[in-house]
Design a protein around this ligand. Structure first.
Ligand code: NAD
Length: 491
């Protein structure tokens, strides 16, 4: 079944959402949003300047310091968040379709991640806000201490294009729950969908300035990072950009969380079940056309099972339905942009010119000249020192590597600058769980890999600093304050 694309012509988003209003941009630069499956124009969006970012930050600062938001109770914030969730849910179908058109995400996945998950996260963090103790009095040697959890302040949220709605909500929901205000700077590659948050925030009656949205490129994004009225940066994107942003935040002693890239490993043990692996590969290695930070693009296989698993993964790739992301039978959509397609094809060339063996794929699919499609590709006998095994491709290009014994598998998995995702496949769940404990990574699955929004998510090593999601996810948006008072506060 093919989901009908929104035929409206008002997909243009030429205004920014600042202080609860749709305001004209200060600059004149625009971005042409192009449909990933066709390369045709989808809509136009204005690109923000430093002045637009400044206006948004000032609105967020004012809403926190002078507006009603800074005085809300957690229960009141939870109420706003649930109304915001309802307004997003009412728009979920249109949102999912729009994101699929923007970045090529298969519609079934988009329905879950862009349609349902943002509202679900708002509900989850609304519950967390209502159950968290924001202030408590404790006995102290001199009397008592009142320990307060206070909002960290104005949050600059910078997001990538691969899961634009849900990754923004990884930040917006805990920030709202904590009592922060927010300036969201989405990625130009997905220029149109984030303003749906503005439509929904208005409908939900969120006070002006609590959430502000300005689409901008890197330079104006940098001005958000360094703006003197911002207290914290929540960034998801590439490790290269994360280094720059982290360095600025270090210089400014600005709180920051960095959710960055990965080069994760799936470990298939000598007793692994191939059918279980093939059932799990969709989320472990190919989710969102493998444009996922946790993509397990290194598939490590016990040598005794190597040829069998290489053949099975190659056949899995040949069986994928590569096509229109709005068709519910599509499993692999196009890459998000022509630039990104070139990057992925460039890595296929890297693989071809290495000692690795191309098993399947290796180019653009026959007959799909429009849009940014690429064949699911498998290279076997990849050396873990090769670029194909060390660098993030961010597309459906798998590097298969044999290993000799569990210790060797752990060694190869850990021989990476990154540490974000991973999985272990064995019929002996205790053995697989033990191997999983030894891999230096922020998340890892046993005989499956699917993200649990209720558990902390983030990376080790070059994959980032800090954790989002789970009850722990609110901690990034809180500061502790200790007030030394008399014992009378204990009653
Ligand atoms: P990117 O780093 O190019 O851009 C991400 C965002 O940062 C965009 O909004 C961009 O405009 C902005 N940006 C870039 N440089 C900036 C700077 N110096 N100052 C301020 N803003 C800046 O990443 P991308 O190509 O959009 O996304 C893909 C990357 O994101 C991959 O590396 C992927 O692994 C990573 N990612 C990580 C996670 C995670 O949770 N760890 C999740 C999704 C994606």
């Amino acid at each position: 079944m093919t989901v009908t694309a929104d035929a409206r012509t008002d997909l243009d988003r030429t205004r920014f959402y600042i202080d609860g209003e749709w305001v004209e941009p200060r600059g004149t630069e625009t971005h042409r949003a192009v449909e990933a499956a066709t390369g045709e124009l989808l809509g136009t969006a204005s690109l923000g300047t430093d002045a637009d970012i400044d206006a948004a930050v000032r609105a967020a600062r004012h809403a926190l310091d002078e507006g009603p938001w800074g005085r809300t109770t957690p229960a009141e914030r939870a109420g706003y968040m649930r109304r915001f969730a309802a307004a997003l849910s009412a728009r979920a179908e249109g949102t999912s379709t729009l994101v699929s058109r923007e970045n090529g995400m298969p519609i079934t996945l988009s329905t879950a991640f862009n349609g349902a998950a943002p509202a679900g996260l708002l509900h989850m963090f609304a519950d967390i806000a209502e159950n968290l103790v924001f202030e408590e009095a404790r006995p102290s040697p001199q009397g008592a201490s009142i320990v307060r959890r206070e909002p960290v302040g104005v949050v600059g949220a910078i997001t990538p294009w691969n899961y634009p709605q849900v990754l923004a909500m990884f930040k917006i929901a805990p920030a709202l729950a904590a009592g922060c205000t927010i300036v969201l700077k989405p990625s130009p590659e997905t220029a149109l969908d984030s303003y749906i948050f503005g439509d929904a925030a208005t409908e939900a009656g969120l006070p002006p300035g609590v959430l502000n949205i300005v689409l901008a490129g890197r330079e104006a994004g940098q001005s958000l990072v360094t703006h003197p009225l911002v207290d914290k940066i929540a960034f998801t994107g590439s490790t290269a950009a994360g280094r720059i942003i982290g360095a600025e935040c270090g210089r400014l002693i600005r709180r920051c969380t960095l959710e960055l890239g990965g080069k994760s490993a799936a470990i298939f043990c000598d007793d692994g079940d191939v059918d279980t692996l093939l059932r799990g590969l969709g989320t472990a290695s190919f989710m969102n056309n493998a444009q996922t930070c946790t993509t397990q693009s290194r598939i490590l296989v016990a040598r005794s099972r190597y040829d069998e698993v290489v053949d099975a993964v190659a056949q899995y790739c040949r069986d994928q339905v590569v096509g229109n992301p709005l068709d519910t039978s599509t499993t692999i959509g196009p890459m998000a942009s022509s630039t990104h397609l070139d990057r992925v094809l460039g890595y296929i060339d890297v693989g071809r010119s290495s000692s690795a063996r191309l098993v399947t794929g290796g180019g653009r699919p026959a007959g799909q000249d429009r849009g940014w499609f690429v064949e699911p590709t498998v290279f076997a006998d990849v050396d873990n020192n090769d670029r194909l095994a060390r660098e993030e491709v961010f597309g459906p290009v798998m590097a298969m590597i044999p290993f000799d014994g569990d210790d060797d598998a752990v060694r190869i998995a850990n021989d990476s600058n990154y540490g974000l995702g991973g999985s272990v496949w064995s019929v002996d769940e205790d053995r697989a769980t033990d191997i999983a404990r030894r891999v230096r990574t922020g998340t890892i699955g046993v005989n499956r890999y699917d993200i649990d929004l209720g558990a902390p998510f983030g990376g080790m090593k070059d994959s980032g600093i800090g954790r989002e999601l789970g009850p722990e996810g609110i901690n990034n948006y809180l500061e502790y304050k200790s007030m030394y008072v008399s014992a009378k506060h204990l009653s």
